[in-house]
Design a protein around this ligand. Structure first.
Ligand code: SAH
Ligand code: SF4
Length: 356
């Protein structure tokens, strides 16, 4: 029998789990305290559980983590972890400290099926969806390391490997735990799902979880977006923006959307593109993040230069669109957006090829 990894269970599911064992609801709170506050993962050491309950837990449940394969430190204090989920499945996560915050960028899939033409994860193809436990374990692993260094995680973004809205249930359950005061207790504004634009999933997400939404737009018209973000051939910019409006109007609290736009030299960085983008986003509560393209092996693209990005930013700002330029971080360890993991997977494949 496969043991139930308790890191996969949000508060409601953990409640159900204990009810099935004939236990009272307060066990849920006790267990969450052990896991998320005390960081105790050995049932035998959970002294406020009776001996028979501890024995039962050992039989049917576990609290298991991916193995940390590598930890790398960049000159700008960015940290990257490579985690092994199994023999052939690796993911990466990145911690980006700033003056006033610490952002953990986590993965939701091994690889990605959407093949955006400027993304190294997309080039490696899709291997598997992460379970909730594998998503939550990333935050616990980073927390454990950072706590001992007196730093902390104030923001969690699904901007590592994979498309979170193609792994909805696991990602939503993980969001529940990220927001839950008994677990990580982050505010809904500080947890962000970034998507390339899976329209039906955005509609479902609007109802299911109040976390923030980032849209990887990257082009102001369908012709160009079809090439850069192929999923646009299925869900056009018009449909995407309609879904964005549904998200903005759902819930009782004010919502905004962050639009990400990777700056590719001579591809999507003209003044014409900037003007079109401004027009497109005028009627939406939007913030734009211009991301310099992060290079990797075998790419045809180059990043726009800093003057072009500034000019692009000015055009948007002049038309009332709040626009920031994202500093590239963790470059010396390939820890920046879109650079994650291809290398490790390729290496693994090569090692195996040599063995057989
Ligand atoms: N699949 C999701 C989340 C992971 S990608 C999405 O596409 O939104 C996180 C962000 O990194 C996205 O905005 C993505 O477009 C961007 N990105 C991908 N490759 C990049 C690269 N080489 N340089 C800069 N940003 C990149
Ligand atoms: Fe997948 Fe996002 Fe990369 Fe596109 S940018 S291939 S959706 S991870």
């Amino acid at each position: 029998m496969n043991k139930q990894n308790l890191l996969s269970l949000n508060q409601d599911a953990l409640n159900d789990f204990f009810v099935c064992l004939g236990e009272k609801h307060y066990r849920t709170k006790q267990m969450m305290q052990w896991i998320y506050k005390v960081h105790e993962f050995d049932f035998n050491k959970m002294f406020n559980f009776s001996k028979p309950l501890r024995e039962e837990l050992n039989k049917i449940a576990c609290i298991e983590f991916p193995r940390v394969v590598k930890q790398q430190f960049a000159l700008d204090k960015v940290i990257k972890w490579v985690l092994a989920l199994s023999k052939d499945n690796y993911i990466e996560m990145v911690y980006i400290p700033d003056k006033d915050r610490g952002t953990l960028c986590i993965s939701s899939q091994v690889g990605c099926s959407l093949a955006c033409s400027f993304c190294s994860t997309g080039m490696q193809g899709f291997n598997k969806n992460l379970r909730t436990a594998e998503i939550i374990a990333q935050v616990l692993i980073a927390n454990k390391y950072l706590n001992s260094k007196v730093k902390c995680i104030s923001n969690v973004v699904f901007m590592g490997m994979g498309e979170p809205l193609l792994n909805e249930q696991a990602v939503y359950n993980a969001c529940d735990l990220l927001l839950d005061d008994l677990a990580f207790g982050l505010s809904r504004r500080k947890v962000t799902i970034s998507t390339s634009g899976i329209v039906p999933a955005i509609l479902r997400m609007s109802k299911r979880t109040p976390v923030s939404l980032a849209i990887s737009l990257h082009a102001p018209n369908n012709k160009l977006r079809d090439k850069l973000v192929p999923v646009n051939q299925k869900y056009s910019i018009e449909e995407l923006l309609k879904a964005c409006k549904v998200y903005l109007n759902a819930g009782t609290q004010e919502r905004h959307i962050l639009f990400e736009y990777v700056m590719l030299e001579d591809v999507n960085d003209s003044t014409e593109c900037a003007n079109k983008l401004a027009k497109l986003l005028k009627t939406i509560s939007a913030k734009v993040n211009l991301i310099p393209f992060n290079s990797f092996e075998r790419t045809q693209y180059k990043s726009s230069n800093i003057q072009t990005i500034k000019k692009f930013q000015d055009i948007l700002c002049q038309q009332g669109i709040r626009t920031m330029m994202r500093r590239t971080r963790g470059e010396d360890i390939d820890g920046a957006c879109g650079q994650l993991s291809g290398r490790v997977l390729n290496k693994t494949k090569k090692i195996h090829a040599r063995k057989h």
